[in-house]
Design a protein around this ligand. Structure first.
Ligand SMILES: *[C@@H]1O[C@H](CO)[C@@H](O)[C@H](O)[C@H]1NC(C)=O
Ligand SMILES: *[C@@H]1O[C@H](CO)[C@@H](O)[C@H](O)[C@H]1NC(C)=O
Ligand SMILES: *[C@@H]1O[C@H](CO)[C@@H](O)[C@H](O)[C@H]1NC(C)=O
Length: 279
């Protein structure tokens, strides 16, 4: 069989390069994840390691740039009363007991740990209008955010807000307070002397800033003495989303990309949320 020279060259090129592509998994220096060891053994070339560029992309976020600002759902998380949150994950099927798998149920108040509130939490018309956890605006929950330190000798009053001088245009602010210094989220017994917004502080924020996401470091955005009134100031503006119970320990003040993803709980006036910062 004789082929015209150009075709012959193409064929040679294909034969010469193919083995190198297939061998990349062996000598590419990129080990398969141990969890996929079996698959690599049985699936041949299809499980070859990702190309270098792809591998770099996969590792991109693995360099300490992600800060998890969500509290783990431990039974010792604070709740109203002395006993803490208690267990939230209940195993209902156990392989140790002869079941075909281990299976657990989640049972908890939707305002436990790191969570969001919806306007229907305290305003009946908003609840009836269906402003539930499923309707929250992901564009508010994700984007650039500012972490600030509130002076430690005060609740978040109008005066404190004025002092903080948060520039117009800033839409997401995480307020770190005395609560973090006191490690209140690490105390199982609920502590009603926590710092939060007073009614005039909440009103000042609504009147003088563009803030739509209000993050705080204890279970309530409102100080206990203003529990309903400060919440209602926020909830009257259904585009404002309070994010409560954030874990802001040891995070440097500054600007981050915030990502908060609540669960799509239809009909619920709150939801647990996973929030992370990316430096
Ligand atoms: C299943 O749950 C039991 C406890 O009921 C535990 O001892 C066991 O390690 C679990 N098995 C797996 C595969 O997770
Ligand atoms: C497994 O069996 C033990 C002993 O009867 C029991 O205490 C435990 O609650 C069971 N666990 C589940 C998940 O069924
Ligand atoms: C904040 O207000 C609460 C009452 O809502 C109070 O117990 C607490 O002492 C105040 N904290 C500061 C730092 O002023």
């Amino acid at each position: 069989m004789s082929l015209p020279p150009p075709l012959m060259a193409m064929l040679l090129l294909a034969v010469a390069t193919a083995p190198r592509v297939l061998a990349a998994g062996d000598d590419g220096g990129i080990a398969a994840h141990p969890a996929y060891a079996d698959a690599a053994g049985t699936c041949g070339p299809a499980s070859a390691a990702p190309a270098a560029a792809e591998a770099r992309r996969l590792e991109e976020y693995d360099d300490g740039r992600i800060v998890d600002i969500t509290h783990a759902y431990r039974p010792e998380l604070p709740a109203v009363g002395p006993d803490g949150l208690g267990p939230v994950v209940f195993q209902t099927m156990s392989m140790a007991n002869g079941s075909i798998c281990n299976l657990s149920e989640l049972r908890m108040v939707v305002h436990a740990g790191t969570h969001i509130d919806t306007p229907g939490h305290m305003i009946q018309e908003h609840f009836e209008a269906g402003l539930d956890a499923d309707k929250l605006d992901l564009a508010v929950l994700n984007g650039p955010a500012l972490l600030v330190d509130v002076p430690r000798n005060t609740n978040i009053t109008a005066e404190a807000m004025e002092f903080l001088k948060i520039p117009k245009g800033v839409r997401r602010v995480l307020f770190r307070t005395l609560n973090t210094d006191r490690k209140l989220m690490w105390e199982k017994e609920g502590d009603l002397s926590y710092v939060g917004f007073t009614e005039d502080g909440a009103q000042w924020l609504v009147d003088n800033t563009d803030i739509k996401l209000v993050g705080v470091d204890y279970l309530s955005v409102a100080a206990f003495d203003h529990l309903i009134s400060a919440h209602v100031v926020f909830f009257k503006n259904p585009d404002i989303i309070p994010v409560e119970g954030l874990k802001l320990d040891d995070v440097p003040v500054g600007v981050y990309n915030l990502h908060c993803l609540p669960l799509r709980l239809v009909g619920a006036e709150g939801s647990p949320v996973r929030c992370i910062l990316i430096k």
